[in-house]
Design a protein around this ligand. Sequence first.
Ligand code: NCD
Length: 312
Amino acid sequence: MRPFKNRDIISIKDFTREEIDYILEKSNEMEVHYKSDTPSMLLAGKILGSLFFEPSTRTRLSFESAMHKLGGRVISVSNPEFSSAAKGENLSDTISCIQSYCDVIVIRHKLEGSSMLAAEVSNVPIICGGSGTKEHPTQALLDLLTIKNEFEKIDGLKIGLAGDLKYGRTVKSLAYALSLYNNIELYFISPPLLKMRDDVLKSLNDSGIRYHEYENVEPILSKLDVLYATRIQKERFPDPSEYQKVSGSYRFDKKLFERLKPKDTFIIMHPLPRVNEIGYEVDKMPYARYFKQAYYGVLVRMALLALVLGKI
Ligand code: NCD
């Protein structure tokens, strides 16, 4: 394993399976600090710079909570309209300055490659909190932690990734991460307009993972261990009329699950926010794990911050 200290976390593709398994193990060990009434002092004296140039609730707040839980502090830009980006400052200048104010930076930005660019100019570790339509490495890690803790393994599972596979970044990072495990079977479920992009399929082909493409979940739901649903990324469509064509084109509701009889151990995940892909009545069914996923996000981010700051 390469050392984690000072490492940037830009893409899930930068990690080996051994490294990912180690991060998941350390994430579970963070639960004692999370639950303790007195914050751990593991990251005392350290400052997280939290730079979110795109909307975020869970990613930003769970990173900030993770830092506080480990005794560190946070400075943040959560509304780019009030930062110098609104005056025309470029990302590279922003990062060149912010790195002097903190020990680690988490950044979310709509541009592909934004985290990579930040890492090139920064002397402190950069963690990608979502960039463009392709990368969301920390979400993939918390998704894997959810699966691992649920099934006590990741190998051999049948996992459906459903919804906006074209513009969604969580599904891409998760598919790459799963390609490191053995005997995984992936099912990509989406309307034709939102299919997984060819370049992603090509690189999954190269990794040897088996996948199948479907337009709806009916034929395969009873085989799945996990159904991972996603929101249609309305804000990323270059053409609003294209969005109109697919808006509301899929929905997973209680009736569907009652009719299609999933396995007893089946779970449904979602990175959130949901709009109307999963009916609210599904929250009370035994399959829902999306709020648990959000909880695991804090544990994973506690582990990552401690690792890149050299405290584990
Ligand atoms: C996702 C994102 O930002 O890509 N949100 C998250 O981090 N949980 C998913 C989304 O916005 O739909």
